[in-house]
Ligand binder design. Structure first.
Ligand code: HEC
Ligand code: HEC
Length: 313
């Protein structure tokens, strides 16, 4: 009797698993609907310059979408780093390649309309309707930011570079099927936000453009935020190097990293670049932020409620 029940339980479990796997494979190319932002590329040199600053600076697109190692030396020679993509991200669920953002009409953004490019960033839906992998939390950027970025990308030199397709392993396929969904904006989008040194502008940079929040707010194993905003505590573990934990950026007297830093010290730290070679923080791009942008960020971080860094669990 017991043997029979075990046998039938086994068969039911196997059937359920088979169903799950089949569903996962059928869900590899789910399409989503999302509006196209009303963004139109401009050829105005001031708009392009703003986009260039965002891409190479606070929004650090260059960090992921360019294979150029020493961007600053190139910029000193008055040359532009190519954003032709192909940078591999090797993760436990597969290898992913950043895409070609140059205006090439076969392998780059030359294939897409302005609205399609802007929709990738604001609604995380790709031109083919699939959800974008959660590498780019720029959903709350203003219309002005998106217009500037698309205008700059359109102005760069086209490079033909066919980037390989992503390579998902079994786990990756399960995650893609059931967990990857498009993320939209979490607040009302502003047409434009005037840049100044206030905490309000700093908040926009920290939360929507430079994404300090992504690494400096504690998350659980599948990426949900669980800690107080910017109180740190995320572990970056990598083979062969000591584990890094993102510091607490709130002005907590005991555990806050910058609690005793003056504004000048904060700016100076960003001008020094990466001090820990294997740090994931895009220090080079952030080092290209203006003094005013760094002041705004500092003022915002100082305005946060002082919060203890979450315990490691
Ligand atoms: C942390 C790394 C990272 C950063 C920073 C980043 N990207 Fe990406 N980007 C990726 C990855 C990975 C993909 C592939 C995502 C996918 O296929 O689901 C991608 C895909 C894209 C695509 C889709 C292109 C296509 O052909 O499907 C666009 C457009 C894009 N990124 C623009 C940008 C812009 C503009 C910025 C800066 C504002 C930026 N990215 C910053 C990693 C990054
Ligand atoms: C991709 C993840 C990531 C992002 C995005 C990120 N950080 Fe970090 N940050 C780290 C890690 C990891 C460390 C610890 C290693 C180091 O100091 O480089 C760190 C360290 C710091 C430190 C301490 C540096 C020191 O020398 O004590 C400050 C300050 C800081 N981050 C501020 C920021 C600000 C402000 C932003 C947004 C503009 C930001 N971070 C975005 C990962 C990140």
């Amino acid at each position: 009797m017991i043997i029979k029940i075990l046998k039938w339980t086994g068969i039911v479990i196997l059937l359920l698993l088979a169903g799950l796997v089949t569903t996962a494979f059928l869900r590899q190319h789910v399409k989503y609907e999302a509006p196209y932002p009303a963004v139109k590329a401009s050829t105005d040199s001031a708009v392009i310059a703003k986009g260039r600053h965002l891409v190479l600076g606070p929004a650090h697109c260059v960090d992921c979408h360019s294979t150029v190692k020493n961007v600053d030396s190139l910029l000193k020679l008055e040359q532009e780093p190519s954003l032709s993509g192909g940078v591999p991200f090797k993760l436990p669920f597969g290898t992913f390649y950043t895409r070609n953002l140059t205006p090439d009409s076969v392998t780059g953004i030359g294939r897409y309309t302005d609205g399609e490019i802007a929709r990738v960033l604001r609604h995380s839906v790709k031109p083919n309707g699939e959800a974008v992998l959660p590498f780019m939390p720029f959903q709350n950027m203003s219309d002005d930011d998106l217009t500037a970025i698309v205008s700059y990308l359109r102005s760069t030199k086209p490079v033909r570079n066919a980037v390989p397709d992503h390579d998902y392993n079994f786990m990756g396929k399960m995650i893609k099927a059931f967990l990857i969904k498009p993320q939209g904006p979490t607040e009302r989008i502003k047409e434009a936000i005037a840049p100044d040194t206030t905490a309000a502008y700093g908040r926009h940079l920290v939360m929507a453009v430079a994404n300090c929040n992504e690494c400096h707010t504690k998350r659980d194993g599948i990426g949900n935020f669980v800690g107080a905003p910017l109180a740190g505590g995320n572990k970056f573990e990598e083979k062969g190097v000591p584990t890094l934990i993102t510091p607490n950026l709130t002005p907590d007297p005991e555990t806050g990293r910058i609690t005793n830093w003056t504004q000048e010290m904060f700016i100076k730290r960003f001008r020094m670049g990466k001090l820990i070679k294997y740090s994931h923080m895009p220090w080079e791009s952030f080092g290209r932020m203006s003094d005013d942008e760094l002041k705004a960020i500092y003022n915002y971080l100082k305005s946060l409620p002082p919060t203890k860094m979450p315990e490691d669990k």
